[in-house]
Design a protein around this ligand. Structure first.
Ligand SMILES: CC(C)(COP(=O)(O)OP(=O)(O)OC[C@H]1O[C@@H](n2cnc3c(N)ncnc32)[C@H](O)[C@@H]1OP(=O)(O)O)[C@@H](O)C(=O)NCCC(=O)NCCS
Length: 154
């Protein structure tokens, strides 16, 4: 399994955008074209990044490093966002590797802390096992969510 920067691997963007659109974009009211445009913008950005997990030339997962994932002003930055793994490829540690890759990327850019938010339930425990800490609760699209942070200072 390889982890690649989507900036240099644009061939994966339509499939990646389809996955993110079906998981989140559609219910947030975006069209597929708008989700694809968001992916292209982040991939082309000099400060934000989309990583792609690729197995045998097939797209199997993705994660992003973005300035703000909350959709409202916040002092927290940057954010791990849009972590998604192909359902047939889950429980193989791919998400854990993508999270580590985003942490290393943020650290290499000089950030001391990284943030994410996820729906309450089992996900905060998953991130806690990867070394993240629970922060405040928020409500996003009517769902109880948890902001989490990762100290990047070794
Ligand atoms: C949440 C999600 C990203 C996890 O992806 P994943 O690749 O299955 O995650 P991992 O394999 O790294 O870890 C998941 C579990 O598999 C276990 N696991 C890791 N490697 C494993 C392996 N080789 N064999 C079996 N299980 C393994 C981990 O222990 C972990 O278990 P835990 O949840 O009890 O801690 C994936 O389910 C997904 O895309 N969900 C939909 C989108 C979503 O909710 N994204 C998160 C947004 S905040």
């Amino acid at each position: 399994m390889q982890i690649l920067d989507a900036k240099d691997n644009g061939q994966f963007l339509p499939e990646l955008a389809r996955a993110l659109h079906e998981e989140w974009g559609a219910e947030q009211g975006y069209t597929f074209e708008e989700t694809l445009e968001w992916c292209r913008d982040v991939a082309a950005s000099t400060v934000e990044t989309i990583l792609v997990a690729v197995e045998a030339d097939q797209f199997v997962g993705t994660a992003s490093l973005v300035e703000n994932d909350l959709g409202e002003p916040t002092e927290y930055t940057p954010w791990l966002a849009s972590l998604w793994i192909d359902p047939a490829q889950r429980k193989k540690g791919i998400a854990s590797r993508l999270v580590t890759a985003i942490e290393e990327l943020a650290h290499s850019q000089g950030h001391e802390e990284l943030f994410l938010f996820c729906v309450e339930g089992t996900l905060p425990d998953f991130y806690e096992r990867l070394g993240w800490q629970k922060r405040e609760q928020i409500v996003n699209l009517g769902r109880r969510c948890r902001i989490m942070s990762r100290n990047l200072v070794k």
